[in-house]
Design a binder for this molecule. Structure first.
Ligand code: B4P
Length: 190
């Protein structure tokens, strides 16, 4: 199975490129951000809990997200592989993913890291906020999300570099141009 982690700062294009990946390689898509937003929309206990963290630009606690991921993964049976979008975001999440995949006789195939500078990230998210109305796409929260990414998530790059799974891709350019680079990285491990 092809298990792709699409990794990067908020606004780096993870969600956008995931849509292309699932179509080209016929994969399932797990976006923890999408799952949490659906829970918020449905007003579930999990959604209410997540809302406080997301609106402040903080990460939802590891145990909550890891438990949720396990359930979602169980619902994706008989697939050619999975695109993990926005998960893992911390070292404990990365260890949990390794274990969840191992239990299923699987492993991470490749970690595609989209590299985009802060001013471009801020610009993209402000623009999206004007259309989407997402509670976390405002300047103050975007700055917190970028700080959280630097402190808690970006260290994972070193971790995946050490395992030989990291493929860094320039995330600036047209969506199609970036997808060509991502496909090259994926085709190497297919
Ligand atoms: P996510 O939904 O994952 O949001 P994100 O990291 O901020 O990235 P997003 O998907 O929005 O942006 P993308 O890179 O696709 O998470 C939201 C929140 O949920 C987190 O802050 C956290 O609180 C919580 N959460 C989620 N997962 C968690 C976890 N594992 N652990 C704990 N908490 C978790 O960027 C897309 C934007 O850029 C779009 O507007 C797009 O149109 C634009 N774009 C894309 N490519 C472009 C290009 N080439 N040029 C110009 N614009 C481009």
């Amino acid at each position: 199975m092809l298990n792709i982690i699409i990794f990067g700062a908020p606004g780096s294009g993870k969600g956008t490129q995931s849509e292309y990946l699932i179509k080209k390689y016929n994969l399932a898509h797990i976006s923890t951000g999408d799952v949490l937003r659906a829970e918020m929309k449905n007003g579930t206990e999990l959604g209410k809990l997540a809302e406080g963290y997301i609106s402040r630009g903080q990460l939802v606690p590891d145990d909550v997200v890891i438990g949720m991921l396990g359930h979602v993964l169980d619902s994706k049976k008989d697939v050619a592989g999975v695109v993990f979008d926005g998960f893992p975001r911390t070292l404990p999440q990365s260890n949990a993913l390794d274990n969840l995949l191992k239990e299923r006789g699987e492993e991470v195939s490749v970690v595609v890291s989209l590299e985009v500078e802060d001013p471009e990230l801020i610009d993209r998210l402000i623009k999206r906020g004007q259309q989407s109305g997402r509670s976390d796409d405002n300047l103050e929260t975007i700055k917190s999300r970028l700080d959280v990414y630097k402190d808690q998530t970006s260290p994972l790059k070193e971790h995946y570099k050490n395992t030989g799974k990291l493929a860094s891709v320039k995330g600036v350019g047209t969506i199609d141009e970036i997808f060509v680079l991502i496909s090259e990285a994926v085709d190497k491990v297919k």
